[in-house]
Ligand binder design. Structure first.
Ligand SMILES: Cc1ncc(C[n+]2csc(CCOP(=O)(O)OP(=O)(O)O)c2C)c(N)n1
Ligand code: SF4
Ligand SMILES: [Mg+2]
Length: 350
């Protein structure tokens, strides 16, 4: 089998604002199982990046270990990439972001990677407000190691060989809101129409953006009795809103009746327009979002859409007051300001 893609482009492929085609945002050929939800998420990431006209070399994609964490190899082949250790991607992403805030940070992880071994790292990343888009490709199992239950498997969910999960699940969306993430959404790999705008909104957000994307594992968790299968999610999916993202305010025309739309302007001027489907959900009210999630979870619904948003969020750099210039562009004098400066700092701490 060849993993090399032909580099030829059809001359009439549409181009984005940078003159790049969608193919310029692809990576190598996927080695995942045919039908794996993770491949659909890779396609949605490619679409979102291409539509936004983000130059691939400006993106840093980071992951842990798992089928999901392999996927950054299958998109944005011209970007920076770091495949870290199982569950340790958040600290690598935080360090990279602190060293150079000019890149666009994309963390890709699995439910095992983030909710099991990496749960501590996940929690601190969210509470620190690191400016990034963090996607968990959530299939409720350890796909790569052949289908053990993960911490997001629902209680009562059945494994392929019949074992029933007795443990309470962790809802990463509820956790991310609780811990201080400022853009929190859930989606489904089989719903590109919902997922692509959610990724675009997350990329435009100036703080910790988290997307929990249900992504069925066709090899180990797509049978009857699973709550992460294609059939189950399609039957229980409750979309609270539909998102459109606009980068030029002048383009906005309101064609919906008042009351059905919420428009939120983010730091960078992008406008998120939410077409509300559930009138009782206000995504800008943090406590209400948490209550809403808990209420609908008790009803057996998988609530999707943009669930919480704080458009005016500040990120880690603003909180720490760090230097704007990437560290690799600072000269020796800036990096080592000398004994007098050190003495001043020490004196302030005495
Ligand atoms: C420190 C360490 N422990 C365990 C493993 C074995 N391991 C590899 S991937 C994985 C689970 C991956 O599950 P998930 O993050 O849900 O990704 P998926 O394969 O389901 O996409 C485990 C336990 C490992 N690679 N490293
Ligand atoms: S084992 Fe599951 S998660 Fe891994 S590639 Fe196959 S379908 Fe996807
Ligand atoms: Mg998994």
């Amino acid at each position: 089998m060849s993993y090399l893609k032909p580099a030829l482009h059809h001359p009439k492929l549409p181009v984005n604002a940078l003159g790049l085609t969608r193919r310029d945002y692809e990576g190598s050929i996927s080695t995942l199982c045919a039908g794996c939800g993770h491949d659909s998420i890779s396609a949605a990431i490619i679409q979102a990046m291409w539509e936004l006209g983000i130059a691939p070399h400006r993106v840093a994609k980071l992951s842990g270990i798992g089928c999901s964490s392999k996927t950054p190899d299958y998109f944005l082949g011209a970007s920076h990439g770091f495949n870290s250790v199982h569950g340790r991607m958040p600290s690598v992403l935080t360090g990279a972001n602190l060293a150079n805030r000019e890149l666009v940070y994309l963390g890709v992880s699995g439910d095992g990677d983030s909710a099991n071994i990496g749960i501590g790292q996940f929690m601190h990343l969210m509470r620190r407000g690191v400016n990034m888009t963090y996607i968990v490709e959530n299939n409720g199992v350890y796909g790569l190691t052949k289908g053990q239950f993960s911490a997001t498997s629902d209680r009562g969910s059945k494994a392929k060989r019949g074992a029933v999960n007795a443990d309470q699940p962790i809802d990463l969306v509820a956790l991310a809101i609780e811990l201080g993430a400022t853009y929190v959404a859930r989606s489904f790999s089989g719903d590109k129409e919902q997922l692509v705008p959610l990724i675009k909104g997350a990329l435009a957000h100036g703080g910790a953006a988290f997307i929990d994307c249900i992504s069925p594992c066709v090899a180990f968790n797509n049978h009857e009795g699973s709550t992460k299968s294609y059939d189950y999610v399609r039957e229980h999916n409750e979309a609270v809103n539909r998102l459109d993202v606009f980068f030029d305010r002048s383009e906005i025309t309101t064609s919906y009746a008042p009351g059905e739309i919420v428009e939120v302007t983010q730091h960078d001027g992008s406008v998120l327009r939410l077409r509300k489907r559930h009138e009782d959900h206000d995504p800008t009210d943090r406590v209400a979002a948490m209550t809403y999630l808990a209420r609908h979870r008790a009803m057996g619904e998988i609530v999707t859409g943009l669930l919480y948003l704080n458009a005016g969020a500040e990120d880690l750099h603003q909180r720490l007051g760090t230097v704007a210039t990437p560290l690799n562009r600072l000269d020796d004098a800036a990096l080592c300001p000398g004994a007098a400066a050190l003495e001043k700092i020490n004196a302030a701490l005495r």
